[in-house]
Design a protein around this ligand. Structure first.
Ligand SMILES: [Fe+2]
Length: 439
């Protein structure tokens, strides 16, 4: 496995755990604060804080080392320069795994909130790494700079702040699902579950002293388990997660053909030669990979049927055909589950590739779109005026039957409002557009 395959495996595992959990709870839809805002916090009782202080025992003090990861884990990064390592060590104090008493304090507290965590996440979960470090004043690198953790959409963290988080003690700053910047502030020590894989965030260093924090990284699992795992400060993700899903993904993955090898070679050419090759204009393929979303934004959009070449920052593409920008295929059928957590997508865009799908498959795709769309998200569908196996009226009825309300079916209006959707107005004249929102 490589990191990308592990990330995709966790995404598929997560979607499966989530649908199993909803079926077990006899729920069809999920709601909650984590679902709508992207975080959920608990006050830490005084006796728990006392126990957790054991994570910061003087004799456990260590330094950040790129080699500090278990054998069964990928390293955070493959290559490091000395400057990066010394920046991390200057800005924070790192701690080795604590003694059993401190571990028991963490596990006992997690046991007391494990059901609430399950309710918030809507799936069973397990821990794959626990780390502790103290941030010094003035830090602005690594975890102290704006970032999202990535790798998988289901890689979510619990952060423990043993001193009440505020301007003086230091805190956590993040952009919630409605694009609001939030700083965790409380009169009591806090534990916060937040969507660290997706939402942009950074540590807020203290104004003086240090800000001790414990990080517990979770992934979905078939059964909730609060047992701690200490994989090291430089551990990224386990090398192996659910072999069955990984093997299926590996079998379906895009393998570079001669044509794509040539394309990769062309990409390596200097800019001036590329321009000459493309008659003075860079082709779409080059323009696509250079787009960047603003740093202060973390909304995600989904395109279903974007094709094997679609690649834009902030967009997830699900398509049956693999290609250089779509490594793993997704089969669109009556049992398709999008490898995406519920309620996190701001725009779901269904392309005219939905035309060929039979009603049962299309209904399944629409139900998944309804599951993953954010509370205030938008569904945009584009289909040829000759819509294939169904009429346009029937298409609209299916959209509304799964829990959407159609707001507009006027091409000009939809294209103007969603002009940020890549290629939305390509061949506009022959297409039917539909904009809907969750009902
Ligand atoms: Fe982070």
């Amino acid at each position: 496995m490589d990191v990308e395959l592990v990330g995709a495996t966790i995404d598929h595992l997560g979607a499966r755990c989530e649908s199993n959990w909803l079926a077990r709870m006899r729920k069809t839809k999920h709601s909650g604060q984590f679902f709508s805002k992207g975080y959920f916090a608990w006050d830490l009782p005084a006796h728990v804080v006392v126990g957790l202080r054991g994570f910061f025992a003087e004799e456990k003090r260590t330094i950040f080392s790129p080699k500090d990861h278990s054998k069964g884990y990928f390293a955070w990064k493959d290559t490091w320069d000395d400057k990066e390592i010394s920046l991390l060590n200057n800005e924070s104090v790192y701690f080795a795994p604590p003694n059993p008493t401190a571990v028991a304090s963490l596990e006992n507290f997690l046991d007391s909130i494990k059901d609430e965590i399950e309710q918030q996440l809507a799936y069973s979960w397990t821990i794959y790494n626990v780390r502790a470090w103290s941030v010094r004043p003035g830090g602005a690198y690594g975890p102290n700079a704006w970032h999202s953790d990535g790798v998988s959409l289901y890689r979510r963290k619990l952060m423990f702040y043993l001193d009440p988080p505020n301007e003086h003690n230091g805190s956590l700053e993040f952009i919630d699902r409605s694009e609001q910047i939030r700083v965790l502030e409380s009169k009591l020590p806090q534990c916060i579950l937040f969507d660290s894989g997706i939402l942009k965030h950074r540590a807020r260093p203290p104004s003086s002293g240090v800000r001790p924090s414990i990080e517990v990284t979770t992934i979905p699992s078939n059964q909730t388990c609060t047992k701690s795992v200490f994989a090291g400060h430089a551990a990224l993700v386990p090398k192996s997660v659910d072999d069955e899903i990984a093997a299926r993904l590996e079998a379906s993955q895009f393998r570079h053909s001669t044509a794509s090898r040539i394309l990769r070679e062309v990409r390596r050419l200097p800019h001036s030669i590329k321009k000459a090759l493309h008659g003075g204009r860079e082709g779409d393929k080059f323009a696509l990979s250079s787009r960047r979303s603003p740093i202060m934004s973390s909304p995600l959009s989904l395109i279903v049927g974007g094709g094997p070449h679609f690649k834009y920052d902030g967009w997830i593409n699900l398509d049956p055909i693999t290609g250089p920008n779509n490594r793993f295929s997704i089969f669109l059928n009556e049992t398709t589950v999008f490898p995406i957590p519920s309620g996190i997508i701001q725009i779901v865009y269904l392309t005219d590739r939905m035309r060929e799908l039979h009603n049962k498959t299309l209904v399944r795709i629409l139900k998944e779109a309804r599951r993953v769309i954010a509370e205030h998200g938008n569904l945009v569908a584009k289909t040829p005026l000759d819509p294939g196996p169904r009429s346009l009226e029937e298409f609209v009825r299916l959209v509304e039957d799964v829990g959407f309300v159609v707001r507009s079916a006027a091409a000009n209006e939809v294209c103007a409002r969603f002009k940020n959707i890549p290629h939305i107005d390509a061949m506009k004249g022959g297409k039917f557009y539909c904009h809907a929102v969750p009902s």
